[in-house]
Design a protein around this ligand. Structure first.
Ligand SMILES: Cc1cc2nc3c(=O)[nH]c(=O)nc-3n(C[C@H](O)[C@H](O)[C@H](O)COP(=O)(O)O)c2cc1C
Length: 428
């Protein structure tokens, strides 16, 4: 090897080392710089749609701000680090069937393992409080907060206050942007079947256009009655569109009646009426890396969050490839939005579109069937840097897609996807 080619080889080797070190640094396991744990108090949160995070930010302020209290998601911590902390306030919501939100899952799994293998005095110098957010309409109200409270006690930590349980309707109000009046400018039924209708709504405001990110939600009180619990809907438009779009599925109650809020929005409220609406930040569903491959999976009204992400990506010329797997009952559903998807395909905003129709007479299928069929392609597409966004019903679609993704990707890649904040779920 002569001097010139030796030099080139050395430069290539060094570049490769720097590049792999960069990748390792970006995707390393969570390790918090010790200096962040030197502060007297730690406020740690686990939050799926931002309410617990917003409350944790308020707690940090109440405790003297960032100079006195550090703020971290549970996904940034490993349980053993709690042994270094004097006082910790945990603000956590409950998700799934009484489970931790996605950014608390790994921490809680490790904490449980620790409580089986470690001394019962491991956290004997830790004082703690738990504020649990939940919704009383779920059978396991604030279950994760409860479980976390017990596990910490079993490792010797000292609870300095009883567990605080907050119902969603008590806590969601003051945490986000203020409520504003929006006018309903457009309403279209997207499906022609006799059962639950799927509607596209568009709203505009004259009170100054707020900003939001794809993945954010709105909260609406049925009939504008502020004493009624607000219902949340995923925003189906990007901030640059200058309007809020929603895709609302009519909820039919057991008695065959229309749901209070979906019925009001899709049938009763007249066009041009004012609707009080609050934008809810949902940071776990924001996707910052626009160049990364993006796999979008959703069914029915889940098209809302998906449309929001595609509309946001459409603004970026260097956006990475996007693949949508979408499910509906029958092929006629969502005609006008399907036309828009086709346009996005022509423009290269959406690169692959696979549809599953559960009531198709020839080939009935659900989105999870497509994920299984395309397993190898999906694993390649996601690779080590791709993002996955899932929007729609938790029961049925959300749980089935989660199980199949875990199988298709393998436990390790699935875990990385979760820990590196590349798995975003807006499930309801
Ligand atoms: C799919 C889903 C499942 C939920 N499961 C529970 C539950 O089992 N128990 C509970 O108390 N709350 C449950 N909730 C309610 C949330 O905990 C509640 O809305 C909370 O305010 C969300 O806080 P976050 O925005 O920080 O995630 C669930 C919410 C959703 C969307």
């Amino acid at each position: 090897m002569n001097g010139v080619s030796g030099g080139i080889a050395l430069v290539l080797c060094l570049s490769w080392l720097v590049w792999t070190a960069g990748l390792w640094w970006k995707h390393r396991s969570p390790r918090v710089a010790n200096d962040r744990l030197q502060l007297p108090v730690l406020v740690a949160y686990a939050s799926q749609t931002g309410s617990a995070r917003a409350l944790a930010v308020q707690q940090q302020q109440a405790l003297g701000g960032p100079e006195h209290a550090s703020l971290m998601a549970l996904s940034e911590l490993v349980p053993k680090q709690l042994a270094q902390v004097k006082k910790a306030v945990f603000v956590v919501s409950t998700y799934g069937d009484g489970e931790p939100p996605d950014n608390g899952r790994r921490f809680y799994h490790d904490l449980r393992a620790l409580s089986q293998s470690s001394s019962k005095e491991l956290f004997s110098s830790l004082d703690y409080e738990v504020v649990a957010l939940g919704d009383r309409s779920y059978p396991k109200f604030c279950q994760f907060g409860d479980d976390l409270y017990q596990q910490l006690a079993s490792l010797g930590a000292k609870a300095i206050a009883p567990l605080t349980k907050l119902d969603q309707s008590q806590s969601a109000q003051s945490l986000n942007q203020p409520e504003q009046i929006w006018r309903l400018t457009y309403r279209e039924r997207l499906n022609t079947q006799a059962d639950a209708g799927l509607f596209h709504l568009r709203l505009n405001t004259q009170q100054g256009m707020p900003k939001w990110r794809a993945g954010d939600l709105v909260a609406i009180h049925p009939n504008n009655d502020s004493s009624a619990a607000p219902r949340r809907y995923s925003i189906a438009s990007a901030s640059v569109d200058g309007e809020i779009s929603l895709i609302v599925r009519q909820h039919i109650t057991e008695r065959g009646e229309l749901g209070l809020c979906s019925g009001w929005l899709t049938q009763q409220v007249a066009l041009d009426s004012g609707i009080n609406l609050q934008i809810i930040e949902n940071s776990s569903c924001h996707i910052d890396d626009r160049a990364a491959p993006l796999l979008l999976i959703g069914a029915g009204s889940g098209l809302a969050g998906i449309r929001g992400h595609l509309a946001e990506r459409a603004q970026h010329t260097k956006a990475g490839p996007a693949w949508l797997i979408y499910g509906e009952r029958a092929p006629d559903a969502g005609q006008s939005l399907h036309t828009e998807l086709a346009l996005w395909q022509q423009r290269g905003v959406l690169n692959t579109l696979d549809c599953a129709f559960s009531r198709d007479t020839d080939k009935p299928a659900y989105v999870q069937d497509i994920v299984r069929e395309q397993a190898t392609k999906i694993a390649d597409f996601i690779g080590t840097g791709g993002h996955v966004y899932v929007c729609g019903r938790y029961e049925g679609m959300g749980t089935a897609v989660d199980a199949i993704l875990r199988e298709v990707l393998g436990a390790q890649t699935y875990q990385q996807l979760m820990e590196q904040g590349r798995y975003h779920r807006d499930l309801y």
